[in-house]
Design a protein around this ligand. Structure first.
Ligand SMILES: Cc1cc2nc3c(=O)[nH]c(=O)nc-3n(C[C@H](O)[C@H](O)[C@H](O)COP(=O)(O)OP(=O)(O)OC[C@H]3O[C@@H](n4cnc5c(N)ncnc54)[C@H](O)[C@@H]3O)c2cc1C
Length: 445
């Protein structure tokens, strides 16, 4: 029988970080990570396998990170959790734990439409063999349809479009791609770019059925339109993987994920949960949140890993920060968009500025950067922000996320001291983060 003080079940974004955090906070404890797959793909890198990277083997999480943190590894599927005995059943025998951290992640959502089980229809599983098969099938296919125009759908579309002789079409239910996380003016810029790169984008497109005789041949929409398809990728979201938790009667939350409190403790005090399998509450108002992101998994894992032998950390809830990139266009979002904030009942003031990201504008690499900040009108508290620009967007949106998390006001941000350099940033006079706050303040007076 295997045994460890702390057992982490799951070897991806949440599991690895929970184990490393447990090692940092509990140096004298033995830690064992159990995962079912031999090799773990980097989830966020999966779309890039098919264009930029060239293969699943170039997108793997190295196990050296476990070795260097003295974390033991068992590769085996867990088939049962016996909470009374504190034992997991695995293909490699039993595993005894004192504390258990569940990080079993999520599985893709299958839409309830006819034809999803046809040959040639793929979900996006975080599994190397599946990703290899998808690559082989893509090589044999010409007409590729991606259902879902969220960030995963558009990243897949652009990467597959980089392979010669492919017709790639994105079908999005809403009026815009990315509309769950960006205001319309940002979404339409991304759509225009995708079109200019040869990807067909059809919005307000409700898929009625996927058709074919054994193998997929087309996707039909409710308005009668149809798109030819040799291969279909479903990119419409994911649901928590809770089979083991359910079977062992851990409490589930309102969204069907494993119920946890702010310390990531489940209904069993010896078991914590983090990442896509754990129930989330929103930073805004505390209601249930459907978001599933690596940024959230990391936060929760750093809480769970620290808390297993006495509570040290709590979550403020999920605010939702992420970025995406197609070609040279990068976009980032944190917190609430203007339209989301209004829908939730906030009275908002937004400040938007656009400026070159270098100074003077003749410096190499100069490109426009646009920042939109959304504030609650009466308190001036920052509710969210969106950025469009080039590579530096990834870090700028993280700064904005930190401002949201610390509930900074427009005045706090306007008073920032920001370092600038001609080759690296916008001009100090036009620094977009500070100026977007100033623009909003002028609209509040
Ligand atoms: C294509 C794609 C792109 C993405 N891009 C981004 C991005 O750019 N930014 C971002 O923030 N988020 C992104 N995400 C979301 C992000 O990847 C997830 O939020 C993150 O992977 C969650 O990590 P996790 O460890 O909770 O779960 P998972 O990654 O789902 O991992 C679950 C782990 O548990 C193991 N496991 C489950 N059941 C068992 C069992 N019974 N026995 C043993 N092991 C088991 C699995 O094998 C796996 O190792 C993306 C997701 C996808 C699919």
């Amino acid at each position: 029988m295997h045994s460890a003080d702390i057992v982490v079940l799951g070897g991806s974004a949440a599991g690895i970080t929970a184990a490393i955090t447990a090692r940092r906070h509990h140096p004298d404890k033995s830690i064992l990570l159990v995962r079912k797959e031999k090799q773990v793909p980097i989830p966020c890198g999966i779309p890039y396998i098919y264009g930029t990277l060239g293969g699943p083997e170039k997108n793997l999480i190295p196990d050296t990170v476990l070795d260097s943190n003295k974390i033991d590894l068992l590769v085996s599927e867990v088939t049962q959790i016996d909470r009374k005995q504190c034992v997991l059943a695995t293909g490699e025998g039993e595993v005894r734990y004192e504390r258990l951290i569940l990080a079993t992640g999520s599985i893709p959502t299958q839409p309830p439409i006819p034809g999803v089980d046809l040959d040639g229809v793929f979900t996006i599983l975080k599994d190397v063999e599946h990703l290899v098969l998808l690559q082989q099938r893509l090589k044999q296919s010409r007409n590729i349809v991606i259902i879902g125009g969220g960030f995963i759908g558009i990243e897949f579309a652009d990467e597959i479009n980089k392979i010669d002789s492919k017709n790639v079409t994105v079908l999005e239910l809403a009026a815009n791609c990315l509309s769950l996380s960006y205001d319309a003016e940002f979404c339409s810029e991304m759509e225009t770019l995708l079109l200019s790169r040869g990807v067909t984008v059809r919005t307000s497109a409700t898929v009625a059925r996927i058709v074919g005789d054994g193998h997929v041949s087309a996707v039909e929409m409710k308005d009668g339109r149809s798109v030819s398809a040799d291969l279909v990728i479903l990119g419409i979201g994911a649901k928590a993987n809770v089979d083991l938790a359910k079977e062992t009667e851990l409490r589930l939350g309102l969204t069907g994920s494993v119920a946890v409190d702010r310390t990531m403790q489940t209904s069993d005090p010896a078991i914590f949960a983090c990442g896509d399998c754990a129930e989330k509450i929103s930073f805004f108002g505390g209601g249930p949140s459907p978001l599933k992101l690596a940024s959230i998994a990391q936060l929760e894992a750093r809480i769970a890993g620290a808390n297993v032998y006495g509570l040290r950390r709590e979550s403020d809830g999920t605010l939702g920060v992420w970025s995406t990139a197609v070609g040279d266009l990068a976009m980032g979002t944190a917190g609430l968009t203007e339209s989301m904030a209004k829908d939730r009942g906030y009275e908002v003031v937004a400040g938007t500025v656009e400026t070159p990201n270098r100074h003077p504008g003749g410096m190499p690499g100069t490109a426009p950067v646009k920042v939109k900040l959304v504030f609650e009108k009466h308190s001036q508290v920052l509710l969210g922000g969106q950025v469009r620009g080039t590579a530096s967007v990834g870090e700028l949106i993280n700064t904005i996320a930190a401002c949201v998390q610390k509930r900074m006001t427009a005045e706090d941000i306007a008073m920032f001291q920001m370092g600038t350099h001609p080759a690296l940033t916008a001009s100090p006079i036009a620094y977009p983060l500070v100026n977007a706050a100033e623009v909003a303040i002028s609209c509040m007076q």
